[in-house]
Design a protein around this ligand. Structure first.
Ligand code: NAD
Length: 519
């Protein structure tokens, strides 16, 4: 019989300690450049969702350890802030190279702790890698502005300065990409950072931190604490932390937004979603079906940009058989298995919640076309698997429509017209993303203009912008003013300062007490 956890992995990684015999390896903290074992008495197990094996456990960081992490970040700030931006960029150049060299190891850790397929895990790392590549151009991104001679002998210029200690709080669904949305931009701007990975899958963040230090990130510039609500509240309240980035659910996000803002911090919160696609009768059939299957069931629906609701103008009847056929052909298996299309969902509670929401739909008039709730995956009977599930005749009063399901469940709705479909979407509280499938430019243009969603796809199912743009969720999917990465990301992690200087041979002779105007 296999050991319930691998001590070989623990021995090899600097960020893990072997616990006493027959206890799982312990994930360490990162404080001041050292991976240290927490003295906490309380832990949370990290569980492989395909097998229920305990992979490792994270400590609930103590108040003293949290203080030490923030202090390390605070002490590292003056030196790092004064390090030339070219040197900071070079760390990112080396970091991106090391991430590339370790893609397979990172992906394997993500599949083990999070469950998604290896190929999908590889994409999780790759989309984060692109943010690191973007940070390599920070000299230009952080550049200020200059206007010469705004008044006689007077010039004004602006510079963007780092804030100090910043913090990031991560969700479970993208264990590599989301930490990489946060700290590479923050630290390349000259800030230091305290990261709190998801307690469900901290491994990728730990591996990335190890690589960042190998790339030359000085001690204390990046620190990692673990835990749940208490450590998050410490982050919100701490006077030395100037900005907080959060990605996760609305419940946690709105709590963090109000608590950290009340303490005077900048906050950016990317939160939940209910992303719709409108399908017009003139859409390209094959491409549209593939897009709905990929974006509805990919990552077992656990993406904030998952397309969970398809609104068919003129009704879904003519699409249903083909959707069911293609969805039934997907392979549900452990993400480690080569041909798996979707892996398990993160936990038993997540599975129960998904199944309950589906049942409430069925009980209230939705027609179930494909039911994946009772799936059993051979060799992985204990896994939290949910097979592709499709509900038709869904209406906007149903619980399964109002809640973010975050599982492999596609809802089909009908609308009388494009206007009617747009109205349905605009009435939804979330505004992360919305797509349209059509061959009519006129309809597409109407959609892009009238739709109230932050990220719009036209014949594209998951329009997550590349890092030179920002991740622009809106309405209840975002709280804050400055979005993640892109230009806004740099603005979020810097304070703008404008400087007005006068250099002239003979300054004004007479004192004037009136408001200065251009002379
Ligand atoms: P979650 O909110 O449960 O957890 C996110 C983080 O918040 C974790 O680090 C957790 O420890 C902490 N946390 C949870 N509850 C808390 C509380 N009451 N007080 C303080 N801290 C708390 O989210 P999750 O389940 O890990 O992630 C899934 C959610 O994230 C979905 O809603 C998904 O749409 C969203 N998400 C959004 C985006 C986006 O960019 N908009 C991206 C990925 C995920």
């Amino acid at each position: 019989a296999m050991a319930p956890f691998s001590t070989a992995a623990a021995a090899a990684a600097a960020w893990l300690s072997n616990g006493p015999a027959s206890t799982p390896p312990r994930v360490r903290l990162l404080i001041g450049g050292e991976f240290v074992e927490s003295r906490a008495d309380e832990h949370v197990d990290v569980t492989n969702p395909a097998t229920q094996e305990v992979v490792s456990r994270i400590p609930l960081t103590t108040a003293d350890e949290f203080r030490a992490a923030v202090d390390a970040a605070r002490s590292a700030f003056p030196g790092w802030r004064n390090t030339p931006v070219t040197t900071r960029q070079r760390v990112m150049f080396k970091f991106q190279e090391l991430i590339r060299a370790n893609m397979d190891k990172l992906a394997e850790n993500i599949t083990t702790e999070q469950g998604k397929t290896l190929k999908d895990a590889w994409g999780d790392v790759f989309r984060g890698l692109e943010v690191v590549e973007h940070a390599c151009g920070m000299g230009t991104l952080q550049m200020g502005e200059y206007v010469s001679n705004v008044s006689n002998g007077i010039d004004t210029f602006s510079i963007r300065e780092p804030l100090g200690v910043c913090a990031g709080i991560c969700p479970f669904n993208f264990p590599a990409m989301i930490p990489l949305w946060m700290f590479p931009i923050a630290v390349t701007c000259g800030n230091t950072f305290v990261l709190k990975p998801s307690e469900k899958d901290p491994g990728a963040a730990m591996m990335l931190a190890e690589l960042a230090m190998e790339a030359g990130l000085p001690k204390g510039v990046l620190n990692i604490v673990h835990g749940t609500n208490d450590v998050v509240n410490n982050i919100c309240d701490d006077e030395d932390i100037k900005a907080v980035s959060f990605v996760g659910s609305n419940t946690a996000g709105m709590h963090i937004y109000s608590r950290a803002s009340a303490a005077g911090k900048r906050v950016q919160c990317n939160m939940g979603a209910k992303n719709h696609a409108i399908i017009l009768p003139d859409a390209d059939r094959d491409a549209t079906l593939n897009a709905l299957i990929a974006a509805g069931f990919g990552a077992a629906g656990q993406r904030c940009m998952a397309l969970s609701t398809a609104v068919f103008v003129g009704g879904s009847e003519s699409w249903e058989d083909e959707l069911v056929k293609r969805a039934s052909g997907l392979v549900v298996n452990s993400g480690m298995i080569n041909d798996a299309d979707l892996g398990p969902v993160i936990s038993r509670q997540a599975k129960d919640r998904i199944c309950k929401l589906v049942q409430s739909g069925v009980d209230n008039g939705a027609r179930i076309l494909l039911d994946g709730r009772d799936i059993v995956v051979p060799h992985f009977e204990d896994g939290n698997f949910v097979g592709p599930t499709i509900l038709a005749d869904v209406t906007s009063d149903l619980e399964c429509y109002k809640e973010e399901i975050f599982g492999p469940v596609l809802l089909l709705m009908k609308a009388e017209s494009l206007d009617d479909a747009i109205q349905i979407i605009n009435r939804n509280k979330y505004g992360n993303g919305a797509s349209i499938f059509t061959t009519s430019g006129v309809s597409a243009r109407k959609f892009q203009t009238d739709i109230e969603a932050g990220q719009v796809g036209i014949n594209v199912p998951i329009p997550v912008p590349l890092p030179f743009f920002s991740f622009t969720g809106s309405k209840a999917s975002f709280a804050g003013d400055l979005n993640f990465y892109g230009k806004a990301g740099v603005q979020f992690f810097t304070q703008i300062k404008t400087i007005t200087q006068q250099w002239k041979e003979s300054p004004a002779q007479r004192v004037s007490l009136s408001m200065p105007t251009s002379q």
